[in-house]
Write a protein that binds this ligand. Structure first.
Ligand code: MSP
Length: 655
C-alpha cells in the first residue's frame, strides 16, 4: 500500500485501497471536487480560485490522458439559505434556483470545464443522503439527545470555546449565540481513535502538512458527537430524516454527501470514488477533516484519497467582506484583463496552502512580466523573424549544436517535472518552471542572433534557430494549456499548428512539420498600462452634497451633551443594535444605537461620547431609546463614534 493511501474500510463497498494505488497508476483515473458553494452570496474571487484550480488540475490530468471527472455544485439547504431567501422576499426554491444559476453562468463564462454540477436540492442527491443516513443509522451510530453550545449560522456549526478567537467566530468575527436543542446525533466521538490512527499512518491524507497537524490537534481531545438534525418546525428547509419526518438533516451532513451522490447518480462510484481528490480552503477543514471521514467510516464507505487544503485570498490585508465593500468579482477581472490572464494570476500568485494577497496592480504586473514580455514576446519575435526571413513558413532544422541542445533540454524534461510539481500541489512552481524555459528561449534568440545569421547568409543555422524557437513555443503552449487554454490554442493557431496535443508531445522535440505556414495574429496578451491603472485606482474625492443652511437659532434647539457609556449589551431582538446605558451628569439613560457591527460592548464601556439629549424618545424593536449618540460614517459605510479628546465631566454641554 502506498504511504499516502488511506486504510481500507471493513465493508468491501468499492475497490480496496491496495488495488486502488495500482489502478490509479495503470488507468490514470482522477476525480476532483470543489466545495459546493453556499448560495447566499454571489461567486467571488475565493470561489473562483478553488474552481479554477480544480479546472486547471483536471485539464492537466486530461492532457496526460487520464480518465478525469470534475465535480462542482451548490449547497442549498439550511438556516442561512432560508434566511437569505426570506431577506430576498423569495421562496427558498426560487431563491436557490436563481443563485445556483448565477454560479453556473459564472463558471461557464470563466471557461470552467466541469463535468458535473450538483445541487443539494435535487432529488438524485436527496435519495443518496437518505441511503447514507440509513447506513449510519443501521450501524447503530445515531442517538437522540440534547445539546447546547455556541452556534455560528454563517458557518452552520457549533464552536468549542477553544476554537473561538477573542470569544468570536474565527471566520466571521462575530459573537456567537448560545443554542440548545433536542436533535439526533451521529456518534462521531466513537471514531476519533480510528481517525487519529488513520491520519498517523497516512501522512499525506490531508495536505499540506500544516492542515493535517491541525486536524490531529483537534483529535487530541474529545470531539463529541455531531448533531445531525434540526427540528423541522424551526428549519423547514432541508432533507427530512428517513426515520423521523419531524427533523431535517443538518446542512453539513447533507452537503458533504454530494461528493458521493454525484457519482452514485451517474452510476460511477466504482470508477471514480477510489480516486477522489477534494480541494477546499482552510475555512472548512473541520467538516472535511473530521466530520466527513467519520461519516464515511460509519457508512462503510472508503475514505477520500486526499484532502487538499489551500489558504485564503486576502484583500487589503484582511478578509473580503460586503460591509468593507472590497469583495473582488471574478467576472470584472475577466472583462478587464481577459480570462486566461486572470486564471494565470490566480494559479501563479498563490502558493498552495498559504494565504495570498490579491492586488490588481500585482495582477497587471504579472501579466506584463510573464505573459506579455516573456511568452508574448517570444511568439512575436519568432513570427516576425519567420515572416521576414522565411516567408512565414517553418523551415526544416539542420543538425543541433550545443546551444540548440541546451534549449531542447530546457523543455523536454518539463512534462515530468510538471507532473511531479502538480502531484505535490506546487502549482506556482510548476508554472514558473515553464516560464523559466520560456525566458531561456528568449535568451537563446539574443545569443544566437538570427539577424546576424541572416545578414551573413548562414541559412542552415538560421533554419535551425528559427525551428528551435517554434518548438519552444509549441512545448510551452502545451504545458501552459491547462492554465491558459484559450490563449494556448491561439498561440498554436498563430504558429500554424493543429493543436490537439497530449502532455507527452511536450516531451518530444521536433514534432512541428517543416513547411508549416504560420498565421500571425493579434498579440496574445496586450501590455497593461500600469501608470493609467495606478491612476484609476487612486481614491478620488467625490463632491459633497450639502443640506440647506440653518441659523444659529436652529442649531441652538439641539441639546448636545457629553455622555459616559456605563454599560453596553446586545439588543435582544435586533442583531445590528446595542443597548447602551449612559451617564449624563446625575442622570442615567438608555440609548439604542446601531453600532453593533463596529464595536464590541467591552470596547465602548468607559468612552465619553456626544449625545443628542433632547431627541424625542422612541422605541427601537421594543427598547425605549432616550437620545442618540453621534457617529461619523464614511462613503464606504465605515463608522466611528465621536469621542472627546480631553476628559470632561459627563453632562457637559457641547456646542
Ligand atoms: N457550503 C460550504 C461547503 C460545503 S462542501 C461539502 C461552504 N461554502 S462557501 O460558499 O462558504 O465556500 C467556501 C469555500 O469557498 C472555501 O473552502 C474556498 O474553496 C472558497 N473560498 C471562499 N473564500 C475564499 C477566499 N477568500 N480565498 C480562497 N478561497 C476561498 O463553505
Amino acid at each position: 500500500m502506498g504511504k499516502d493511501t488511506p486504510a481500507p474500510t471493513e465493508r468491501p463497498q468499492t475497490t480496496g485501497a491496495g488495488a486502488r494505488t495500482a489502478e490509479a497508476q495503470t488507468r490514470g483515473v482522477y476525480y476532483a471536487t470543489t466545495p459546493i458553494f453556499y448560495v447566499n452570496a454571489e461567486p467571488h474571487i475565493g470561489h473562483a480560485y478553488t474552481t479554477t484550480l480544480v479546472d486547471v488540475v483536471t485539464r492537466f490530468h486530461r492532457l496526460k490522458g487520464d480518465d478525469t471527472l470534475f465535480l462542482t455544485g451548490t449547497d442549498e439547504h439550511g438556516e442561512k439559505i432560508q434566511k437569505a431567501a426570506d431577506a430576498a422576499g423569495l421562496s427558498p426554491q426560487a431563491y436557490t434556483d436563481r443563485v445556483a444559476k448565477k454560479f453556473q453562468d459564472t463558471w461557464n463564462s470563466l471557461g470552467i470545464a466541469y463535468d458535473e454540477f450538483i445541487r443539494t436540492t435535487e432529488a438524485r442527491h436527496q435519495a443518496v443522503v437518505h441511503e447514507v443516513l440509513t447506513r449510519v443509522y443501521e450501524a447503530g451510530d445515531i442517538i437522540f439527545g440534547e445539546y447546547g453550545g455556541l452556534y455560528c449560522v454563517g458557518c452552520e456549526r457549533y464552536y468549542t470555546d477553544k476554537e473561538l478567537e477573542g470569544g468570536k467566530c474565527p471566520q466571521h468575527d462575530i459573537p456567537l449565540e448560545y443554542r440548545s436543542e433536542e436533535n439526533y446525533f451521529f456518534r462521531m466521538e466513537r471514531y476519533r481513535p480510528w481517525l487519529r490512527e488513520t491520519l498517523e499512518e497516512n501522512p499525506e491524507l490531508i495536505r499540506p502538512e500544516r492542515y493535517r497537524n491541525e486536524v490531529l490537534s483537534i483529535l487530541r481531545e474529545p470531539i463529541g458527537d455531531l448533531s445531525i438534525s434540526r427540528p423541522r418546525s424551526r428549519v423547514p428547509w432541508g432533507i427530512p430524516l428517513p426515520w423521523d419526518e419531524n427533523h431535517v438533516t443538518y446542512v453539513w451532513f447533507d452537503a458533504l454527501i454530494n461528493y458521493y451522490s454525484a457519482l452514485k447518480s451517474r452510476d460511477a462510484v466504482e470508477r471514480y470514488w477510489p480516486f477522489v481528490e477534494h480541494f477546499i480552503a482552510k475555512d472548512i477543514l473541520k467538516p472535511h477533516g473530521v466530520f466527513w471521514p467519520t461519516m464515511l467510516k460509519s457508512a462503510g464507505l472508503p475514505l477520500y484519497r486526499h484532502l487538499n487544503v489551500h489558504g485564503y485570498w486576502l484583500v487589503d490585508g484582511g478578509k473580503m467582506s460586503k460591509s468593507k465593500g472590497n469583495v473582488v468579482r471574478p467576472l470584472d477581472l475577466k472583462d478587464k484583463y481577459g480570462n486566461d490572464a486572470f486564471r494565470y494570476y490566480l494559479l501563479r500568485d498563490m502558493t498552495f496552502g498559504l494565504d495570498a494577497s490579491f492586488s490588481e496592480v500585482g495582477l497587471a504586473e504579472r501579466i506584463n512580466a510573464d505573459l506579455a514580455n516573456d511568452l508574448g514576446n517570444l511568439l512575436n519575435r519568432t513570427l516576425g523573424m519567420l515572416g521576414k526571413y522565411r516567408g512565414g513558413v517553418v523551415p526544416a532544422p539542420g543538425p543541433l549544436e550545443p546551444i540548440d541542445e541546451a534549449l531542447r533540454d530546457a523543455f523536454v524534461g518539463l512534462p515530468e517535472r510538471m507532473t511531479e510539481l502538480f502531484d505535490a500541489l506546487q502549482f506556482d512552481r510548476a508554472i514558473e518552471s515553464v516560464l523559466e524555459a520560456v525566458r531561456k528561449a528568449n535568451k537563446y534568440i539574443a545569443e544566437t542572433q538570427p539577424w546576424v545569421l541572416a545578414k551573413e547568409g548562414a541559412a542552415g543555422r538560421l533554419d535551425t534557430v528559427l525551428y528551435g524557437c517554434v518548438e519552444a513555443l509549441r512545448c510551452a503552449s502545451i504545458l501552459l494549456s491547462p492554465v491558459i487554454p484559450t490563449k494556448a490554442a491561439e498561440l498554436q493557431q498563430q504558429l500554424g499548428l493543429k493543436g490537439d496535443y497530449t502532455l507527452q508531445d511536450a516531451a518530444t522535440w521536433g514534432l512541428t512539420p517543416a513547411g508549416t505556414p504560420t498565421a500571425p495574429g493579434a498579440p496574445l496578451f496586450p501590455r497593461v498600462d500600469l501608470a493609467a491603472l495606478n491612476d484609476s485606482l487612486e481614491p478620488k474625492e467625490t463632491a459633497l452634497e450639502h443640506l440647506p443652511e440653518v441659523t444659529l437659532d436652529d442649531f441652538a434647539k439641539l441639546e448636545l451633551r457629553v455622555a459616559e457609556i456605563l454599560k453596553a449589551e446586545a439588543h435582544p431582538k435586533a442583531d445590528k443594535l446595542l443597548v447602551l446605558t449612559v451617564k449624563l451628569g446625575p442622570e442615567e439613560r438608555t440609548v439604542v444605537s446601531g453600532i453593533r457591527e463596529w464595536y464590541t460592548p467591552a470596547e465602548l464601556v468607559g468612552k465619553k461620547v456626544v449625545l443628542v439629549a433632547n431627541l424625542k424618545p422612541v422605541k427601537l424593536r421594543g427598547v425605549l431609546s432616550q437620545g442618540m449618540i453621534l457617529a461619523a460614517e464614511d462613503s464606504e459605510g465605515n463608522l466611528s463614534v465621536s469621542v472627546l479628546d480631553r476628559d470632561l465631566a459627563s453632562g457637559s454641554v457641547v456646542r
